[in-house]
Design a protein around this ligand. Structure first.
Ligand code: PLP
Length: 413
C-alpha cells in the first residue's frame, strides 16, 4: 500500500477551518467525498460574507455614499484577486457570472451567434459536462454550425491521434473541459490550444474542476476563454467567472441587457458600458463575489501546487484501496493523468444503492450520470458512484469509504 507522504500543509489545521466537517451523520463522522459537486467553505469565507451584510451592504457602482463606495471597492478587490489567481492581464477580463454554466452560455450566445455561420465547426470532446455541450447544441442549431468531437479512448483519455483531421480552417472554436468531473482525466489543454491556434480557432476551457484543484494560468495555457464556479473552490454558490481575452470581449455584443451594462439608453437603441460591466447586467451577487475573493485568498495561502500534490497522493491511496475490492470497476486513467475524482461501480449493485448505503455510514458520495450522459453511454454505465477529494480530505475518510463499500457488498450479497 502507498506510503502516504504528508501534505505540505497541516491537514488538521485546514480541517479546523471548515466548520461543517465536524459533525456526525447517522452516528458516524461525516466523510464528505463530493467536492466535485460543490466544495465546503472555510470560516474565512462565511465570515467575510456575514461581515459584508452586517457592515457594508449596499448596491455597487451606483451610490456616491460611503457604504456603496465600500461595497464597490470590496467587490472590485475580489475581481483583482481572481485576475491574479488565474494570471489574467487585466481585471477587465474578469466577468462575474452565476456559475460555469452561465459563463459558457455567455460565450455561446454573445460570441457564437455573432460569429458562427453555416458550415463552421465547433470542436468539443466526448467527455463534456452538459454545461459545455448543450449551449453549443443550441447555438449550432441557431447558426448552422456543426459540432465535432474529440473521442475518449478506452483508458478515459482524449484520443488525440486524429486531432489534425478534426481541426481544419472551418473550426472556429474548440471548447473542452480541463478536468473531467467523471473520469478525473486532466486534459493536455496547452497542446490542444496550440493545435487549435494553427487553424485560427479560439479555445474555451471549462475550468470548473481545474481552477479549484491545481494552478491554472490563462497566459501559460494559450487559451481565449476560461469558465469556472465559485462554489467548487471554497467560495459561495451564486457566483462564477468568465475570463476572456480583452479584444475578444470588447468585440462581442452583450449577452444580457439591463441596468449596469449600458453607457446610454434611448427608447429604440442603447450603447454599451466598458468591460467588465458590459457583461454584468443587473445587480450582481455582491456578497458572493466578495466571498469568492476570500476563497481565492485562502487557496492561494495554502498553495495550489501543495493542494494538487496532496490530492494526487490521496488519489493514489484511494485507487489502491478501491482496486482491492472484489467486483469494483474503477473508471478513468492512471493517477499521473488524473485529479481526485473516482467514479466506480460495484458489480450487481446500482450506484444509487451504493450511495444510499454509504450515506448510512456517514460517507457522502454522488451517484448518477453526473451531467455527462454521452460519456456514460460510452462507458456503458447508466450511472456510477463518484467519490471526490479536496484539500480537507483525509486518508481516514477513504478508509471509511472502503469499509462502507464492504458493508454494501455484504448487504447486497
Ligand atoms: C466539468 C464541469 N463543468 C461544468 C460544471 C457546471 O458547474 P455549475 O453547475 O457550477 O455551473 C460542472 C459541475 O459539476 C463540472 O464538473
Amino acid at each position: 500500500m502507498t506510503q502516504m507522504i504528508a501534505p505540505q500543509f497541516d491537514l488538521e489545521r485546514i480541517r479546523a477551518d471548515f466548520p461543517i466537517l465536524h459533525q456526525q451523520v447517522h452516528g458516524h463522522p461525516l466523510a464528505y467525498l463530493d467536492s466535485t459537486a460543490s466544495s465546503q467553505k472555510p470560516a474565512l469565507v462565511i465570515d467575510a460574507m456575514n461581515d459584508f451584510y452586517r457592515r457594508t451592504n449596499a448596491n455597487v457602482h451606483r451610490g456616491v455614499y460611503q457604504l456603496s463606495e465600500q461595497a464597490t471597492e470590496a467587490m472590485e478587490q475580489a475581481r483583482a484577486k481572481i485576475a491574479r489567481f488565474i494570471g489574467a492581464r487585466s481585471v477587465r477580463e474578469i466577468i462575474f457570472t452565476r456559475n460555469t454554466t452561465e459563463s459558457i452560455n455567455l460565450v455561446a450566445h454573445a460570441w457564437g451567434r455573432a460569429n458562427l455561420r453555416p458550415g463552421d465547426r465547433i470542436l468539443l470532446t466526448e467527455m463534456e459536462h452538459h454545461s459545455n455541450l448543450v449551449p453549443w447544441q443550441i447555438v449550432a442549431q441557431a447558426t448552422g454550425a456543426e459540432l465535432l468531437f474529440i473521442p475518449v479512448d478506452g483508458t478515459g483519455r482524449l484520443a488525440l491521434d486524429g486531432l489534425d483531421r478534426l481541426l481544419t480552417e472551418r473550426t472556429k472554436l474548440v471548447a473542452l473541459t480541463h478536468m473531467s468531473n467523471v473520469l478525473g482525466t486532466i486534459n493536455p489543454v496547452k497542446v490542444i490550444a496550440a493545435a487549435a491556434k494553427q487553424v485560427g480557432a479560439l479555445v474555451l476551457v471549462d475550468g470548473a474542476q481545474s481552477v479549484p484543484h491545481f494552478p491554472v494560468d490563462v497566459g501559460e495555457l494559450g487559451i481565449d476563454f476560461l469558465a469556472f464556479s465559485g462554489h467548487k473552490m471554497c467560495g459561495p454558490t451564486g457566483v462564477g467567472v468568465l475570463w476572456g481575452r480583452k479584444p475578444l470581449l470588447q468585440a462581442m455584443p452583450p449577452f444580457l441587457g439591463g441596468g449596469s451594462m449600458i453607457r446610454s439608453v434611448g427608447l429604440r437603441s442603447s450603447s454599451w458600458n466598458d468591460l467588465p460591466h458590459k457583461f454584468e447586467a443587473g445587480t450582481p451577487a455582491i456578497a458572493e463575489a466578495i466571498g469568492l475573493g476570500y476563497a481565492v485568498d485562502y487557496l492561494a495561502s495554502v498553495g495550489m501546487d501543495a493542494i494538487h500534490q496532496a490530492e494526487q497522493q490521496l488519489t493514489q491511496y484511494a485507487v489502491e484501496r478501491l482496486q482491492g475490492i472484489d467486483g469494483l470497476t474503477l473508471y478513468g486513467p492512471a493517477v499521473a493523468e488524473r485529479g481526485g475524482v473516482l467514479s466506480f461501480n460495484l458489480a450487481g449493485v446500482h450506484a444509487h444503492d451504493v450511495a444510499a448505503v454509504l450515506d448510512q455510514q456517514g460517507v457522502a458520495v454522488r451517484a448518477g450520470h453526473h451531467c455527462c450522459q454521452p460519456l456514460m453511454e460510452l462507458l456503458d454505465a447508466p450511472a456510477t458512484a463518484r467519490a471526490s477529494f479536496y484539500l480537507y480530505t483525509t486518508p481516514a475518510e477513504i478508509d471509511q469509504l472502503v469499509r462502507g463499500l464492504e458493508k454494501c457488498k455484504a448487504i447486497f450479497g
